[in-house]
Design a protein around this ligand. Structure first.
Ligand code: DUC
Ligand code: ZN
Ligand code: ZN
Length: 457
């Protein structure tokens, strides 16, 4: 197959070229290439398939289970131009081994996933077995692990230090959910005692200071561990980014920051709406000033990746459980299907970032940081032919009924897009056309990831 004449986007260039695909891979990029089967991409952008390194398929949060599984969630991802995910796993039973949840998630994904997928390990306690298993799992393609600084299986500072020292030794990545657990829980209790249980108090209970303190602490522990590879997930505030940038200004290496479209595009005024529970997620939506400040960090290259934290629960369910008390509402929002269109439209089409920066943030950097590059995340000879053809000659209004996520709302209802996905290829196969998934079920492959490349910018 040949994709003819599109504007081919890589992390540094945009070139008008043809792409020859043989089997599952890109065989050549050049002019005048031909083959029996042709896709005409004249006037359109040809982008590397998106990589979302922060999803929560099947996540069990105790009071509810996230509603997208590896079939519905990856169909939605594919329709939105994402051709690979790296999923963050839910907690297993207390004391379980580090590979316990990996095994469980292989079962969840098998027979279902339609795009390629990997797993971050989840560290819920720290001992010799867990630290030993971090090495074993490299051989199984699991080269990053998540720690939480809040929630039931939070890791204390000594544990974070031990994990980071081990990560530095092995060259694996540690992803951290940074929020100060003690303060968040105290504030939740105070608010509930005072009857302040409306959705807006969800944001009040988890202030920017709690995120920034935890980011500062995690980054300084990483420094003490010899600049261990540390990836801060879902940075939602300017204050949080200041902690990241302070560490870097002091010469610290190997610290990376992720944000999500919701922190660039939505703000805490949404909690005042009658459907405010839709936006209960952690960290919460912030004061509007943070949107512009985070865009500045994206533009400056201080934020390396944009992922989604996709974790959908029906508004119906959120209202049933949380209508009288935000602390009873399952935390999370859908987003996996709209990351590429929103970031292209709000970022590239509005002139905030170049098409190259878009590719870096949404595909190339995630691939590098999580051991998938250059198989994924780039349009290059020898890479997997994971490709999105994006049409900018037309607009689109986001409505929930056109989406494939298994949930009864989208947080982006009514947003205007100035681009539209034409088609999506995964390993050389057209899997999405006219906003429909046309591939087989279970065609997705588990990605045995390599070690992170720590030069993503
Ligand atoms: N935050 C959410 O809102 N949902 C899932 C996990 C998380 O950290
Ligand atoms: Zn999180
Ligand atoms: Zn998450």
């Amino acid at each position: 197959m040949v994709i003819k004449n599109g504007f081919v986007v890589t992390e540094n260039d945009v070139t008008q070229a043809d792409i020859l695909i043989r089997g599952s891979q890109i065989a050549a990029i050049g002019v005048g290439l031909s083959d029996d089967e042709t896709i005409d991409a004249t006037g359109k952008y040809v982008l590397p398939g998106g990589i979302d390194v922060h999803t929560h398929m099947n996540l069990d949060v105790g009071i509810a289970v996230a509603q997208d599984d590896f079939y519905t969630g990856t169909v939605a991802a594919a329709c939105g131009g994402t051709t690979a995910i790296v999923d963050h796993l839910g907690f297993g039973p207390a004391g379980c081994s580090l590979d316990h949840q990996i095994g469980r998630y292989h079962e969840y994904a098998r027979g279902k996933a339609v795009i390629d997928y990997g797993f971050h390990g989840v560290i819920q306690h720290v001992d010799g077995d867990v630290l030993g298993m971090m090495e074993t799992l490299i051989g199984q393609g699991v080269t990053s692990h998540k720690i939480y600084m809040t929630y039931s299986y939070k890791i204390d500072d000594a544990g974070i230090y031990a994990v980071l020292k081990r990560a530095k030794q092995l060259g694996v990545m540690v992803a951290v959910h940074p929020e100060n657990d003690g303060v968040v829980n105290a504030r939740r209790r105070e608010l509930v005692e005072q009857g302040m249980t409306a959705p807006r108090y969800h944001a009040v209970s988890r202030p920017e200071s709690c995120e920034a303190e935890a980011i500062f602490r995690a980054s300084q522990i990483s420094s003490a561990a010899g600049d261990a590879p540390l990836y801060i997930v879902h940075v939602s505030s300017h204050l949080g980014m200041q902690a990241v940038k302070l560490a870097r200004r002091n010469g610290q290496k190997n610290i990376f920051a992720e944000t999500c479209p919701q922190y660039l595009l939505l703000d805490d005024s949404y909690y005042e709406r009658k459907d405010g529970l839709k936006y209960v997620l952690s960290p919460p939506l912030r004061r509007k000033v943070n949107n512009a400040q985070l865009w500045e960090d994206v533009i400056a290259g201080d934020i390396q990746t944009v992922a989604t934290d996709h974790c959908p629960f029906d508004l119906k369910l959120k209202e049933r459980l949380g209508k009288d008390d935000f602390t009873k509402c399952p935390n999370g929002m859908p987003g996996v299907e709209l990351r590429y269109p929103l970031m292209f439209s709000e970022g590239v089409m509005k002139g905030r970032i170049s098409a190259n920066a878009f590719a870096r943030l949404c595909a190339t950097n995630p691939a590098k940081l999580f051991g998938l590059y250059p198989k994924k995340g780039v349009i290059k000879e020898g890479s997997d032919a994971d490709i999105v053809i994006m049409n900018t000659g037309c607009g689109d209004t986001i409505t929930h009924d056109r989406l494939h996520e298994n949930v009864d709302y989208t947080p982006y209802e009514g947003f205007e897009l100035s681009c539209k996905i034409d088609c999506v290829l995964s390993r050389g196969e057209v899997i999405v056309k006219n906003n429909s998934y046309i591939g087989q079920k279970a065609r997705g492959q588990f990605l045995k990831r390599g070690l992170p490349a720590l030069d993503a910018k």
